[in-house]
Design a protein around this ligand. Sequence first.
Ligand code: ARG
Length: 570
Amino acid sequence: MKIKETIQKAIKEIFEGHNFSVDHPGDEKMGDYATNIAMVMAKTLGKNPRELANEVVEKINKNERLMEVVEKIEVAGPGFINFWIKDEVLIEGLNEMLQKDGHCADSEFMSGKRVLVDYSSPNIAKRFSVGHLRSTIIGQALMNLYRHCGAEVTNDNHLGDWGTQFGMIIAAVEDYSLDVSSMLVSDLETLYVDFNKKIEEDPELKDKAREAFARLEKGDESARKIWKQCIDVSMKEFEVIYKKLGVKFDHQYGESSYEHMMPEIIKDAVESGVAEPGEGGAIIVKFEKDGKEYMPPAMIQKSNGTTTYITRDLATIRKRLDDSELKSDLYIYEVGAEQTLHFRQVFDIVKKLWNEAGDVQYKHVAHGMMTLPEGKMSTRKGRTVKLEELLDRAGEEARAIAKERVSEEISEKIGLGAVKYNELRRSPESDYVFRWEEALSMEGNSGPYLQYVYVRTKGVLEKAGIDGVRSLHYGRDGEVMLNEDEKKLARWLVLRIGEGEMVESAAKNYAPHLVCQTLFELAQKFNGFYDRNRVIGVPEENMRLLLVVVTGLAIKSGLELLGIETVDKM
Ligand code: ARG
């Protein structure tokens, strides 16, 4: 239907090629949309903005298409032009949403474009951390959002399966003749942490680790076998988490898969003058402009000849640019904020190194730190609170808040929904303390609250004896007149969700929390409407049922975008 576009077009017909906004006014009483065109043009035309606004209104009042959509246009304040949408247009919008199962109109803003999301990316032989959980939940939501905006989307789990730390693990495993295949990831992590401590006392161990890593690089059988077992053991545990979270990867190219590309990348960087020799034979990239350093230098090869995390990320991009399955217009990295400098350096080097990469967009979506009230959930020293505990507890915690007796399957969905929503409702970069009371709140902005409002809508439909809603056409015969509550709800549904605004702005801003905000406000508006208006057995029944159905569908499809399932009772 594209109501906003109709307004934009009408204005563009008068003022070609000028930038102006069409937005929702902060105060609902000021209409559904407002434009600043008169204020923008007043200076250029040397006119008083309010007078100009009145002239514009006079002109667009003759625009037939616009008149089909708007009920009223008014000039307000210093020269804003406000628009009110007709009730029947809102009803039509609701019917359109019903046909689409509550989804918005197909957004075109990313159609024909390809997007790759690099997220989750845990490290082999280390426990899956809370940071990786955040990345997995947010990354998945971003993927869903971009897919919904018409993009062809793929994902890649950039596993940390390479680096000198494997030298330590291999040396320790060989030293104690351990059988990795019977170990847990937490054992491997402890092994690494302990070995690291011992190195401080016994520097010879360092050489052992270095030697073991060199053997791994050369393909030595024993070293390879231990390394491979570390991957198997880790992936087995990670898969449990992915299954729980409903996450699947199209690609999982670990850092090790780029090893063979290293010499070429380094040669390329040196020959093109992007990189240069640094201290002790290392190879570094300096970031300078007009003789001033704008970022600290990055090391792409250490003095001992080994490559770094940065070099592997450069190779990753090279591969993604060359491989037709990975090649994209936009690459999104959902990784912790502590890697901000890393990605700024990587993206900057790529721009310097490869021309064609210039048309491509790289975006680091950085998440902050999540902590438990007891303190940090994850520390460098290896004292990680078991993440599985958080996920396992979710179901139990949820059962306690359900009003009815619910199955394990349902409580699991509520619990996981609570954890995911609690993550997604704030902007990714925010730091926060995880609290079950908040995640499970039945009054506040939480997953269970939205799931509950969805159940409420289902209850109404059941009472009305409605099944197979899509085959029905709602709407009141004759002239449509919505009361205040109906109107508030209908506007929110159609203009914020149905028209595609929620999904588009969440995708464009890499901000799944905008979906949460919109859904929460929808739930509030629905409750207001439902508490004050009878639905069944009144002359307005059809139209009110339409509002109920579409609210339910919008919550369901909105939560789906966030990777959260709805339940039928709770
Ligand atoms: N494995 C890394 C870590 O846990 C995250 C990798 C993120 N992705 C990337 N392409 N660097 O810190």
